[in-house]
Design a protein around this ligand. Structure first.
Ligand SMILES: Cc1cc2nc3c(=O)[nH]c(=O)nc-3n(C[C@H](O)[C@H](O)[C@H](O)COP(=O)(O)O)c2cc1C
Length: 210
């Protein structure tokens, strides 16, 4: 798979949430998904226990069901479109609505997961922190590796409101394995992406105390 040869800082600043520029007609080669997953395995993980997994969903029927679950989560979380538009801004809301309408057409739904050794009900704050950190570290590495290979991604969590349903669709043992996101994955239309708008760093970087 050809690389874009982005420098580290450029990769970090141009790996955007891609929703409108996903190429819905071009399939993603299995080899490139495996390559990104192998790179993601190098991410930090608690105790080097390597409990993060990825389910790469390419089957159109599976994607259709997942997209429907995701859309139900979207409507549940954003019941008032006017309010959501005001909250997110036109740019993000328009992009989100576009993804909602086309998610079933995105060639790969990547579902990062984290295996857990004890029943969910027994997990406290500390354990949940480790569960999600493990999976998100690997997920962000996957997203960066994908960007370097001309693929676009967007970390989403909306379907997790109906995680059990998605688990049934994907054959994931719900009590033993936690889903942490759904990442649409596709080649991008064009490969030029710019740094996103962010607050000045002084607003978020605290020295010595909050
Ligand atoms: C924890 C988390 C949850 C998110 N959930 C969603 C989601 O459910 N749907 C979606 O379209 N984007 C979701 N996003 C993507 C954000 O909207 C995106 O990262 C943010 O707007 C910055 O976009 P940019 O990097 O392109 O500027 C999520 C991101 C994170 C980190």
């Amino acid at each position: 798979m050809p690389h874009l040869h982005l420098g580290a800082d450029e990769l970090l600043t141009t790996t955007r949430a891609v929703r409108k520029r996903l190429d819905l007609r071009r399939p993603v080669e299995r080899e490139v998904i495996a390559e990104c997953a192998a790179l993601a395995q190098q991410a930090p993980n608690g105790g080097n226990a390597q409990m993060a997994h990825f389910v790469a969903v390419t089957d159109p029927a599976q994607r259709a069901v997942l997209a429907a679950v995701w859309n139900r989560g979207h409507r549940e979380f954003n019941p008032d479109p006017g309010r959501a538009r005001a909250l997110y801004g036109e740019r993000v809301w328009g992009s989100l609505e576009h993804l909602a309408a086309h998610l079933h057409e995105v060639p790969v739904h990547l579902v990062p997961c984290r295996a857990i050794g004890v029943p969910r009900a027994e997990l406290g704050h500390f354990h949940w922190a480790n569960v999600f950190a493990d999976a998100h570290m690997a997920t962000w590495s996957f997203m960066l590796a994908a960007r370097e290979r001309g693929l676009g991604t967007c970390l989403t969590t909306l379907h997790l409101q109906f995680e059990r349903e998605a688990a049934e669709v994907l054959g994931i043992p719900f009590e033993a394995v936690v889903q942490t996101a759904l990442v649409p994955l596709a080649h991008t239309i064009g490969t030029d992406f710019k740094p996103g708008p962010r607050r000045p760093v002084e607003a978020v970087l605290h020295w010595d105390r909050w």
